[in-house]
Design a protein around this ligand. Structure first.
Ligand SMILES: Cc1cc2nc3c(=O)[nH]c(=O)nc-3n(C[C@H](O)[C@H](O)[C@H](O)COP(=O)(O)OP(=O)(O)OC[C@H]3O[C@@H](n4cnc5c(N)ncnc54)[C@H](O)[C@@H]3O)c2cc1C
Length: 574
């Protein structure tokens, strides 16, 4: 049993925890971060073992020790999700993520208001719980900039202070300055996609990535090895928190990281404050406590909700910070539309390099196109890349779905596969999903983790009329692009069955008042001012963009508010 005191305790040393530790440490605050996994180093990621990292997903939590369960609806029994990958070591999910680094659009922060203004209130599905964010893009822009420059993101601006620039995303919201690094090299899938989408009148551009295209801040540029998503970077070119914020936090002399520390409760008193957290130590000991002035919960969506629910007391019988009743609700994910294009006349070698080089169009994302008479709202960003999402040759092969009529085994499979393996491209539409209160996380009454704690249980199924129509629309766009690429075969992959993936959002949503949300825009809980919950669990809507750069920008904004305002006058931040 150990008890320590500090200014700030952070649960989880991932994207949020690492940045916060560095920023608060620099400001002279004493910070302890509790991380359930180990702290690995760049040298640990060589050799790039495809079976270990991609197929067996060694960097994700062990489903036997840390199960997350899923059921499509409240009438169904839950089962453990076998394929869920998310953070499980210092650096969190950023160690093995794909590093696509998007800013959301201005419009993504105002889905409710903009939908009503453009299409009327009836365009919002009746059962959707969509609300606007309590902040604007303009408010977050300086913090997006901070994240891109501090961490290292490669890309090309498409909208510099209102000036549209060809080659960048001309549909992005205005940015004050360009990316710190130019885009990564274009691969063959990207250049084919670029030509085809231009022909169709769309606006392709190189996807922004938190991967260095050139040396930056003492780290080398990408070597295009291809072992990227699912892997830790063996040269440190991926701007993961492990090689960016955590070393900065170390340098402050105010930061202590305790690895192998599984937090199981946030402690509170009856005065409306939290006092610290309790955790299982690396040696299995149970009664370890950190006492702190500020508690920050940053362990990604599932454990954010679970920890607050596990920390219920007589004063907070429905879970900590849950007087609104919204804790665990409005969970969203990204729904993946996917099609394949295979060529007779060219090789594309898509397993080479990270899909960092991949190209994207934003024309059918958000409200960038007219939805009148389409019967759905919102959209998807569409891109071309490897079927295996950078997992190397084996992953690319395993993820190549055969078209109808081609058998999945035997000579027919062999012939098609051996001809098209190096000649195919996967087209993906990462599709926004609206929030619904019934999509939620709670505690599974039947499944426990290795510590005897109830597993987080997700009740979730994206197949609602608005989302199904949107998926069909996006799938048709993918097929259109595949044909425009001049492919000999274009076919769609089956839709995802509805089980969750690694881009979860919601559950601890932010809002402009305590009636409709759990936290304010700083992730500060409405109920308990010295308790913060930060991450994509705060997102009121999901956007078609990957979440991490927005999580990181929000973290810089909260760090700024804690250092410059909360510290001087503890209480609700407005
Ligand atoms: C394979 C993969 C690819 C991805 N690709 C992209 C991408 O291209 N672009 C993008 O934007 N996003 C991507 N993501 C998502 C991205 O990784 C997350 O959005 C991001 O890491 C979330 O940051 P976080 O700080 O909230 O959580 P994490 O980074 O997951 O960090 C949370 C940390 O908390 C720890 N923890 C959890 N529970 C406890 C507990 N009870 N006690 C102590 N510690 C705990 C975990 O071990 C973890 O290290 C990807 C994710 C995966 C898995």
């Amino acid at each position: 049993m150990a008890t320590e005191k500090t200014d700030v305790v952070i649960v989880g040393a991932g994207a949020v925890g690492g940045i916060l530790a560095a920023e608060l440490g620099k400001a002279g605050m004493k910070v302890i971060a509790l991380e359930r996994g180990p702290r690995l180093a760049t040298k640990d990621f060589a050799p790039q073992d495809e079976l270990r990292y991609f197929q067996r997903q060694d960097l994700r939590p062990d489903v036997k020790r840390q199960p997350v369960t899923w059921r499509p609806n409240a009438n169904t029994r839950s089962s453990v999700i076998q394929s869920l990958s998310y953070g499980n070591q210092a650096g969190g999910g950023t160690v093995h993520y794909g590093a696509v680094s998007w800013r959301f659009h201005e419009d993504d922060f105002r889905v409710r208001s903009n939908t009503i203004a453009h299409y009327g209130a009836s365009a919002i599905p009746e059962d959707s719980s969509v609300i606007d964010w309590p902040l604007s893009y303009a408010e977050l822009e300086p913090f997006y900039d901070r994240a891109e420059y501090d961490l290292g993101v490669s890309g090309k601006a498409g909208n510099l202070q209102g000036r549209k620039i060809e080659g960048g995303n001309v549909l992005e919201s205005p940015r004050k300055r360009d990316y710190p690094l130019p885009p990564l090299q274009v691969d063959q899938a990207g250049s084919n996609f670029e030509a085809a989408t231009k022909k169709l009148g769309y606006h392709p551009f190189s996807t922004p990535r938190a991967i260095l295209s050139q040396p930056y801040k003492g780290r080398p540029g990408c070597s295009y090895c291809g072992a990227c998503q699912g892997f830790g970077c063996h040269i440190g070119a991926k701007s993961s928190i492990l090689v960016t914020a955590l070393p900065e936090a170390d340098k402050t002399g105010n930061f202590k990281l305790i690895t192998g520390a599984m937090t199981y409760r946030v402690n509170s008193d009856n005065s409306g404050k939290v006092t610290g957290v309790s955790y299982f130590g690396p040696d299995g000991s149970r009664d370890n406590t950190i006492e702190a002035e500020i508690v920050v919960i940053a362990p990604f969506v599932y454990d954010c909700v679970r920890l607050l629910m596990l920390s219920k007391t007589e004063k907070y019988p429905n879970g900590l910070a849950n007087s609104s009743g919204h804790l665990g609700k409005h969970v969203m994910s990204h729904i993946g539309a996917r099609a394949f294009a295979a060529f007779d006349d060219r090789h594309v070698n898509i397993y080479m390099g990270p899909s960092a080089q991949k190209h994207t169009i934003d024309d059918f994302n958000a409200d960038n196109f007219d939805h009148k008479d389409l019967g759905f709202i919102r959209g998807a960003q569409i891109s071309a890349g490897p079927a295996g999402l950078e997992g190397g040759p084996i992953a690319t092969a395993m993820n190549m779905v055969m078209p109808q009529g081609v058998p999945r085994w035997g000579a027919g499979f062999r012939d098609f596969f051996s001809k098209y393996y190096t000649r195919h491209v996967a087209l993906t539409g990462q599709t926004e999903e609206l929030p619904y209160a019934a999509q939620m996380i709670d505690l599974d009454p039947d499944v426990k983790d290795a510590f005897g704690l109830p597993a987080p249980r997700m009740t979730y199924d994206w197949r609602r009329p608005n989302e199904v129509k949107r998926m069909e629309f996006v799938n048709q766009k993918l097929l259109e692009i595949g044909r425009s690429m001049g492919a000999a075969h274009v076919w769609r992959a089956p839709s995802s069955p509805g089980a969750p993936g690694s881009h979860h959002q919601g559950g601890v949503r932010m809002g402009s008042n305590p009636r409709e949300s759990v936290v304010n825009k700083y992730g500060q809980t409405w109920d308990i001012p010295n308790l913060f919950v930060i991450g994509s669990s705060n997102f009121p809507t999901s956007a078609g963009f990957n979440p991490t750069l927005t999580i990181q920008a929000l973290t810089y904004m909260t760090a700024d508010a804690i250092v410059n305002r909360y510290r001087k006058s503890p209480g609700p931040l407005v």
